[in-house]
Design a protein around this ligand. Structure first.
Ligand SMILES: C[S@@+](CC[C@H](N)C(=O)[O-])C[C@H]1O[C@@H](n2cnc3c(N)ncnc32)[C@H](O)[C@@H]1O
Length: 356
């Protein structure tokens, strides 16, 4: 059960770090974000972080608050353990990627006996990714940053949802202003779960699944197939909002894909993005160690191979900002993008851009 409690009611909450005595300061507390900490108010000794002041807290919602608070650390100055965890997380994910490839190979050899698939690397990797995502996608989507959730609840008109996966975000698409959503998901085997999640979210009639990628050569024919691009029509200005959550890291040609998506937006339309990106290591908030590790995981650890073509080092924010730029000026009238955890190895950008 979820209850809503304004910040005022939480002023007396005091949370003490007790684990291994590592001092930490400078945390901003936000709710329901990507890293959750269960803080049991009845037994503060179970708390896992230290808060100097609640002044900067932006807690507005507390899930099941009588039992526990769910808090996210959005640390500008993270504790050493936070940093170290961020450094090894891609390694853990690569290990998981290898594990799911091994399971997939065993299944192909001993159960399906489809030996030819062993030599078809793209099918093999797709099968392994499906296994990975179906086992972990829900957990990896349980907490999303508070900057993203209000954006998803304000979708309007005709929406393009690229790479929706198994639909783990759809319960956040709570706006009644949506008339239709087109989910461009190339992994066909995820479609049944995506369909089910659309129904559960009350989007059953509005959610249309397309078996295609976000890149123009795949997306445009699919949109034509459902009548969104008629004969002689251009692909310009079809969608009121486009949503991209953890997808642009893996599309085949980032710039071409983003430019194609830009064209599909109506003027005034929003491109809503939550993506992991290259470390801004040269900036004050960035980290050289994180950037070196990104490079190592990508080029020595085999990140892209084991993680279904994902890239750790794309400057997606820059490519988005540059989209639609011409001699007449920038392509966007408004850009509201924020970098989260710039010090981390897996850091994200979140926000939206409004088309001119
Ligand atoms: C990490 S999952 C994210 C799923 C979902 N957006 C979420 O955040 O819960 C990436 C998704 O992008 C899809 N994908 C991969 N290549 C794509 C492409 N070229 N165009 C669109 N989606 C793609 C994958 O099949 C997968 O479902």
């Amino acid at each position: 059960m979820c209850s809503i409690r304004p910040l005022a009611e939480l002023h007396n909450v005091s949370i003490k770090r007790t684990n291994k005595g590592i001092a930490s300061t400078g945390y901003l507390l936000t709710l329901d974000g990507s890293r959750r900490l269960q803080v049991d108010l009845a037994r503060p000794s179970r708390a896992d972080l230290s808060v100097e002041s609640m002044a900067d807290a932006t807690i507005s919602t507390v899930a099941g608050w009588k039992k526990s608070l769910i808090l996210r650390i959005d640390a500008e100055n993270p504790a050493l353990t936070e940093r170290l965890l961020s450094y090894i997380t891609p390694g853990i994910m690569v290990a998981l990627g290898i594990y799911y490839h091994v399971l997939t190979i065993l299944e192909i050899v001993f159960i399906q006996r489809q030996f030819s698939v062993l030599f078809d690397l793209s099918t093999l990797r797709e099968k392994a990714f499906l296994r990975f995502w179906l086992a972990n996608g829900a957990a990896m989507s349980a907490a999303m940053p508070p900057e993203l959730i209000p954006l998803l609840s304000t979708l309007r008109g005709t929406v393009l949802d690229i790479g929706p996966g198994s639909g783990e975000q759809l319960h956040r698409y709570t706006s009644s202003s949506v008339s239709a959503i087109y989910g461009a998901e190339p992994a066909i085997k995820l479609h049944p779960k995506l369909q089910m999640k659309a129904m559960d979210a009350g989007l059953g009639d509005k959610y249309h699944i397309l078996g295609c990628g976000a890149e123009p050569r795949s997306l445009i024919p699919a949109l034509a197939g459902v009548g969104l691009i008629g004969e002689g029509n251009t692909s310009e200005g079809i969608f009121d909002d486009i949503v991209s959550i953890r997808v642009l890291c893996g599309v085949p040609d980032l710039k071409e894909t983003v430019e194609g998506l830009y064209e599909l937006l109506k003027p005034g339309g929003r491109f809503i993005a939550y993506e992991h990106v290259v470390s801004p290591w040269k900036t004050e908030k960035g980290s050289t160690v994180a950037r070196v590790l990104q490079w190592m995981y990508m080029w020595i650890g085999g990140w892209r191979f084991w993680m279904a073509g994902c890239n750790l080092d794309r400057d997606i924010g820059m490519v988005l900002r540059e989209a639609g730029k011409s001699e007449d000026g920038p392509g966007w009238s408004r850009v509201e993008m924020k970098t989260l955890n710039a010090w981390s190895t897996i850091l994200h950008i979140v926000g939206y851009l409004v088309k001119n």
